[in-house]
Design a protein. Structure first.
Ligand code: RB5
Length: 148
């Protein structure tokens, strides 16, 4: 599985930690920046990761900013993206099982890297439950198609 990962300056340290963690677990990771703690604009990196997932260049994405809010707003503007802002393992699991989230977003000013590792692990190990949730995803897909 190829995972595209991105962050802004607030998420840089966490992104580096998670990248190493994921690689140690055998995942292929595409680092889409940023590459230091120098102040940057999160929409640049949120868009890059979301486009990679939307275009099938990555299987899943992980985005980190200070709160996770900016990155969520950006990623969810890209067609086909279901980005979930998760601050715990319960919502991470549900975002895969119920929403088939293809991008996990976290806030580096909310969680520490150890908490993030747990959330990432649960998120990657959880699968879409289908059933009644499929119909809801189809409704989201229609919204995507009809938006201007
Ligand atoms: C950067 O200061 C901060 O605004 C950003 O990391 C993020 O929290 C935005 O939603």
């Amino acid at each position: 599985m190829n995972i595209a990962i991105g962050c802004d300056h607030a998420g840089y340290f966490a992104k580096e930690t998670l990248k190493e963690y994921l690689q140690s677990k055998g995942y292929s990771v595409t680092d889409m920046g940023c590459f230091s703690e120098e102040s940057v604009h999160y929409p640049v990196y949120g868009k890059a990761v979301a486009m990679a997932v939307s275009q099938g260049k990555a299987d899943k994405g992980i985005l980190i900013c200070g709160t996770g809010i900016g990155m969520s707003i950006v990623a969810n503007k890209i067609p086909g993206i279901r980005a979930a802002l998760c601050h715990d393992t319960f919502t991470a699991k549900a975002s895969r099982e119920h929403n088939d989230a293809n991008i996990l977003v976290m806030g580096a000013r909310v969680l520490n890297p150890e908490q993030m590792k747990l959330i990432v692990e649960v998120w990657l190990d959880s699968t879409f439950a289908g059933g009644r949730h499929s119909q809801r995803l189809e409704m989201i897909r229609e919204l995507d198609e009809n938006r201007r």
